[in-house]
Design a protein around this ligand. Structure first.
Ligand SMILES: [Zn+2]
Ligand SMILES: [Zn+2]
Length: 347
């Protein structure tokens, strides 16, 4: 019996050219699994240059999915056909190492993330262990649910790894999707949020104003340190979130922080960068990092969506089909959209 096939965006080998929209076996549910009928899957900036990551080709790309349960495997009782679902990214880990036992799955050395280590969401269907899935809360659309993954990553950095208090001055360096989500989540704590970008980011900085950022600073025109000293009490911000992954962003955060402030790195640099440690020490800056998200981050992110505390759907551009992925890549690389959702083609 030949296996049923579906359409998928497959990373066939290392190298940027090795990404193809093609036929791929339709997954089936083993014991404890659910097969998800994909509703949508968002393009992540990490998808654009996926070779930078620990990948295991061939696999179906995409980790920012939402969908409904298509079928359930033996022993699955908490999900039934038709249920709307999302899931964490590190769905497959060893389950026995110290980090797995502590629930810190991103630290398992033997992890297979969806969309890098095993088949992801740019397809008609995908299979995941049911125990790593979440029910999408009532009132949250599947379009919005597809944004839960980037939101969970921001929750990890802003809520779980950093302390932002009401009345804190906060700087978000970078006005891309992670910067905008970081601003939204920081504002929930009652912080006064500023954002830096470049003059070429004018449109994106306009969005920031719409979501309630107090002021945006074009760092190539106005010195953020001077400007923020004026806008705070002369001391700079209490907390800085670095969401650009470029050296200048780290430098801006460090300079704009007040003494004893805290610095959280949200974006990856993908290379070593110079950093003024002496300045950080003289100010007694607290440095924090975060990597992706854990199950705990997802539970918070889902509640933020359920109770409409954040609305990430304002960051989504015109929808595309998975077969139009090249246009999606182009728009993301040209920074025309913060986020694009790709939908399975109906054929
Ligand atoms: Zn992502
Ligand atoms: Zn482990």
């Amino acid at each position: 019996m030949s296996r049923e096939m579906m359409n998928a965006l497959v990373k066939t080998a290392r190298g940027e050219e090795n990404l193809h929209y093609q036929k791929w076996p339709k997954p089936t549910a083993g014991a404890g699994d659910i097969v998800v009928k994909i509703h949508a899957c968002g393009i992540c900036n990490s998808d654009l240059h996926i070779d930078n990551f620990l990948i295991r080709p061939p696999f179906v790309l995409g980790h920012e999915f939402s969908g409904t349960v298509e079928s359930v495997g033996e022993g699955v009782h908490d999900f039934k056909v038709g249920d709307p679902v999302v899931s964490i990214t590190a769905v497959q880990t060893c389950e026995t190492c110290e980090w797995c036992r502590q629930g810190l799955r991103m630290h398992c050395d033997d992890r297979y993330n969806i969309g890098t280590g095993r088949d992801g969401g740019f397809a008609e269907y995908m299979v995941i262990p049911a125990k790593q899935a979440f029910h999408v809360p009532d009132g949250v659309s599947l379009d919005t649910a597809a944004l839960c993954e980037p939101l969970a990553c921001v929750v990890r950095g802003v809520i779980e790894r950093t302390s932002v208090k009401a009345g804190d001055y906060v700087l978000v360096s970078g006005c891309g999707v992670m910067g905008q989500l970081t601003a939204m989540v920081a504002k929930l704590s009652g912080a006064i949020v500023f954002m830096t970008g470049l003059s070429t980011d004018e449109k994106r900085l306009e969005t920031a104003k719409k979501i309630g950022v107090e002021a945006v600073i074009m760092a190539d025109i106005t010195d953020p340190e001077e400007e923020l000293k004026k806008r705070t009490d002369g001391e700079g911000v209490h907390v800085a979130f670095e969401c650009t992954g470029v050296t200048a962003g780290a430098d801006t955060c460090l300079r704009c922080l007040r003494k004893t402030g805290s610095f959280t790195q949200i974006a990856l640099y993908n290379k070593p960068i110079p950093f003024d440690w002496d300045l950080a020490m003289k100010k007694e800056i607290q440095l924090t990092t975060c990597i992706a998200s854990e199950r705990s981050s997802w539970l918070i992110a889902l509640r933020l969506l359920q109770y409409k505390l954040v609305d990430p759907s304002v960051l989504v551009g015109e929808p595309l089909k998975i077969s139009q992925w090249e246009e999606g890549w182009r728009r993301m690389l040209a920074k025309e959209d913060f986020k694009i959702l790709l939908y399975p083609d109906k054929d």
